[in-house]
Design a protein around this ligand. Structure first.
Ligand code: SAM
Length: 268
């Protein structure tokens, strides 16, 4: 069995979750085809593969497509504006920011995800160069992983910028809390963190039912309990709209509805 095989089917949890990396790549590829695209990702279509496009067409909506485009742009801007040279992308999947954002030669970009996902990406992009020092670290993020990051040169005594995009919902609540504990313990004051979260009601979203495990209606509390000063937006809010939403985001006063949160935070 080659290291690419686990990404080729989407039958059970252990195969479906890594496969979502290809579904995200397919949605980025669709965005790239739009004349008014929010970003360019020249590698997305190649990484996605035909079966990921089929899954997206069968399972996901236009609203999901818009969300992934907005989320990608939101976190592209977040990483670029952070202007921090130590960058950690947790559950990076087939994210190609290491290749497509303009990093300086002093930047270290660390990516962590399941080994087979990163091996697939490395294989497909082996001819491409990055403008940063690029570290692909295969890891199960529900198991101890900090040592791998430290061994690769990461320093917890200088500020870092973290991105946790499209991961938290696949963890149990205990795993999600523990991940934030580890990230916080590795983050010097002034570090920044970007992540997306879903509401508790969103656990019922049909397309991902049985796969989504963790949602929260209080992202501010979740992050502040781990020592982060938080700014939370919903897609459609100012700074997370990019001309893609004509309706305002649902009021936070409305309880028990499906919604997503785009969060950025600074370590206090
Ligand atoms: N961040 C990427 C993006 O937005 O395109 C990928 C998001 S994809 C929805 C979810 C990713 O989380 C997959 O790449 C999957 O392999 C990774 N993932 C989920 N659980 C994980 C775990 N326990 N350890 C490592 N990676 C995990």
């Amino acid at each position: 069995m080659s290291s690419l095989d686990p990404l080729n089917t989407a039958k059970d949890y252990d195969q479906f979750v890594p496969f979502t990396a290809r579904m995200m790549a397919a949605m980025r590829a669709r965005e790239v085809d739009r004349p008014e695209r929010l970003f360019d990702d020249p590698f997305a279509a190649q990484l996605a593969g035909e079966d990921a496009f089929q899954q997206v067409d069968q399972k996901l909506s236009e609203q999901d497509q818009t969300y992934v485009a907005v989320r990608t742009k939101f976190f592209d801007d977040f990483l670029t504006h952070a202007n921090i040279n130590q960058v950690v992308l947790l559950a990076s999947g087939l994210d190609t920011r290491a290749y497509r954002l303009g990093w300086g030669a002093n930047a270290n970009v660390y990516e962590l995800d399941h080994p087979e996902v990163l091996a697939y990406k490395a294989d497909r992009l082996s001819a491409k160069k990055t403008s940063c020092n690029h570290h692909l670290l295969g890891a199960d993020l529900t198991q101890p992983w900090a040592e791998k990051l430290l061994s690769a040169g990461y320093s917890p005594t200088v500020p870092s910028v973290w991105l946790i995009e499209g991961l938290m919902m696949y963890l149990s609540e205990d795993q999600a809390e523990h991940l934030l504990d580890v990230v916080s313990s590795l983050s010097a004051s002034g570090s920044q963190l970007g992540l997306d979260l879903i509401s508790r009601k969103s656990l019922e979203y049909e397309a991902y039912k049985g796969y989504f495990q963790f949602g929260t209606d209080t992202p501010e509390t979740l992050l502040s309990n781990h020592g982060w000063q938080v700014k939370v937006r919903q897609p459609g809010d100012e700074g997370a709209n990019f001309g893609r939403y004509s309706e305002p985001a649902p009021s936070r006063d409305l309880e028990d509805i499906m919604r997503v949160f785009l969060v950025n935070a600074e370590k206090t």
